[in-house]
Design a protein around this ligand. Structure first.
Ligand code: ZN
Length: 331
């Protein structure tokens, strides 16, 4: 077993410890750095005494939309414990977020969903927004960033989504009318054209990277949406049909989010009253969506991770809880 501290392969078994439910956990000693660790070190199950299947049940209930107190009552666990288990998994989200396969052809959809956080506040008070990005065809959920609706929120979410997408060859980047997505992207995804690449008539010097197309769909006042391409594309980038510019699949994903995350459904709720709580719950939802729950519409028993070609089978909630991320999965 690889050392979680120094990644050395030179590790030896070093006894077991036994849990009250009878499960024994293997301990290891690393010959590389001298540190001790167990098979659970670096996983969401580390330092938990509760049996893994109970934690797994709790997170399954939560990801199907049960409230945190209701889940606690069913399992005879405190809601604080359940929040802690969710947090432990959410903390691992980086290890479960492999980038898009290099050379792929993808469509990124960006959208936002509003939630009341704490008191019943009107939307313009700028609280409880979640910026979401998905890949259209695979329904891979790239990012969900909860917070105040400000430029920083868009900047962070856009950065994550671009880091995820950039190894792809062709990227269509379609969002709703919010222009801040494109503003942030322009900082990261532009190139300067060389005079040897294009004729002088093309004019634009700074353009989107080759293969990247950026457009927004603006909801019109009379129900007539308008499509707008932003900033000049690279002269060799093909442009999509107007009818392809939308974030419809992301909107559908956001309605699923309202069904499946109680924090996004409540008019008033106690446990997601701050954005950290919202972030925790939406991150768990995102990991389950990508890895565990097959998505209807992708074909039989197919998860978004499988659809985009990052892994070959759905994984179980138990695997999500007991591994150190996707790199620990057997190929
Ligand atoms: Zn080590």
């Amino acid at each position: 077993m690889e050392c979680p501290h120094c990644q050395s392969q030179k590790t030896i078994k070093n006894g077991k410890h036994h849990h009250q439910d009878g499960k024994s956990i293997q301990n290891y000693l690393c010959k590389g750095c001298g540190k001790r660790f167990s098979e659970r070190t670096g996983t969401p199950m580390s330092r938990l005494r509760t049996p893994a299947n109970v934690v797994s049940f709790a997170l399954k209930m939560r990801s199907e939309g049960m409230g945190i107190r209701a889940s606690g009552r069913v399992l005879e666990k405190s809601h604080v414990s359940i929040m802690r288990w969710e947090q432990k998994l959410a903390t691992q989200s980086q290890q479960w977020s492999p980038p898009a396969p290099a050379g792929s052809d993808i469509t990124v959809e960006g959208d936002e969903v509003y939630t009341r956080v704490g008191e019943n506040l009107p939307p313009h008070s700028e609280k409880g927004w979640t910026v979401t990005f998905i890949e259209r065809k695979s329904r891979f959920w790239i990012e969900a960033r909860a917070g105040l609706k400000n430029t920083e929120l868009f900047a962070k979410a856009t950065k994550t989504a671009w880091q995820w997408a950039k190894a792809s060859q062709y990227i269509r980047w379609f969002t709703d009318g919010e222009r801040r997505y494109a503003q942030q992207l322009w900082q990261m995804a532009t190139v300067y054209l060389k005079s040897t690449e294009v004729s002088r008539e093309y004019g634009h010097r700074k353009v989107w990277r080759h293969g990247l197309e950026v457009a927004i769909k603006i909801k019109g006042s009379q129900g007539h949406p308008r499509v707008e391409w932003l900033k000049p594309e690279h002269p060799y980038t093909a442009i999509s049909d107007k009818s392809d510019v939308h974030a419809n699949h992301n909107e559908a994903n956001n309605s699923a989010l309202r069904r499946r995350c109680s924090a996004y459904r409540r008019r008033q709720n106690l446990y997601a009253k701050n954005t950290e709580g919202l972030q925790r719950t939406v991150t768990v939802q995102r990991l389950v969506h990508n890895w565990v729950r097959p998505h209807v519409g992708l074909g039989k028993n197919k998860t978004p991770v499988m659809a985009i070609g990052l892994y070959h089978r759905p994984i179980s909630m138990l695997e999500l809880l007991s591994l150190r991320g996707f790199s620990s999965l057997t190929p």
